[in-house]
Ligand binder design. Sequence first.
Ligand SMILES: CC(C)(COP(=O)(O)OP(=O)(O)OC[C@H]1O[C@@H](n2cnc3c(N)ncnc32)[C@H](O)[C@@H]1OP(=O)(O)O)[C@@H](O)C(=O)NCCC(=O)NCCS
Length: 232
Amino acid sequence: MIWNCDDPAAPDLSACGADYPQTVVSLARIDAFEGDLFDEEAAQVAHSVPSRRREFAAARTLARRAMGELGFAHRPIPRRPDRAPVWPPGLVGSLSHCRHWAAAAVSAGVASIGIDIECRGRVEPKLFGLVFTAAERGRIADEAAASALFSAKEAVFKAVHPLTGKRPEFHEVEIALDMAANRFAARYSGPDGANAVIDRLHGRVAVTADHVLTIAASAFLTNGCVKASGQP
Ligand SMILES: CC(C)(COP(=O)(O)OP(=O)(O)OC[C@H]1O[C@@H](n2cnc3c(N)ncnc32)[C@H](O)[C@@H]1OP(=O)(O)O)[C@@H](O)C(=O)NCCC(=O)NCCS
């Protein structure tokens, strides 16, 4: 995995070099550059407020730079009616933004990928019952862990929904977080077999005083077996 961010204030996933083959993950401050949009993308945010157009363009500009690093031509990344981004053939990817940061993950080497950056503290304790399972609630050591858990679920959703079209419930997805190792695993416990792909996701997490960044990616499958080269 190529990690593109040299801002010392950013959540840092530079140590994940061996994870996720042929994958570029980029993070940048939204106000650090002017993002460019293709006409079809610009049309999708033509009536949005300027801050929304900036975040939309910033994440797409990072993603296009990543396409170039992977040897692909720069292409539009329009939005589907369900809001999922559409990637050019041969690539999968995911976008995220919060108040200050835009993030993009683009890959030619995994089956699906999701990325999420969050401002810490967004999930207040009164919401824990809605978004976390009982087991997860029992393991939440502090606010950083709660933010990381929530972000991991968002990254899992972004990796899985474009692949399956399914919307798993928060309580059907359980995250096992290892903050010391900056990793997480996901487990699906609901009734829809299509969501079993969630069990194959490998997650990464990085936390700063203000933000949390998570990535969830699934290796390619060959004859029902996960390719060794595709495993983080
Ligand atoms: C879609 C969702 C994940 C976006 O997350 P967010 O923290 O609000 O916002 P972020 O900035 O991190 O991400 C926004 C980006 O997600 C992407 N996105 C939106 N819908 C998506 C979908 N259905 N599938 C994949 N990616 C999607 C888009 O690229 C979007 O950016 P863009 O509109 O500029 O293209 C969130 O709104 C949501 O629906 N969460 C619920 C997830 C859920 O149900 N989880 C259950 C357990 S897995």
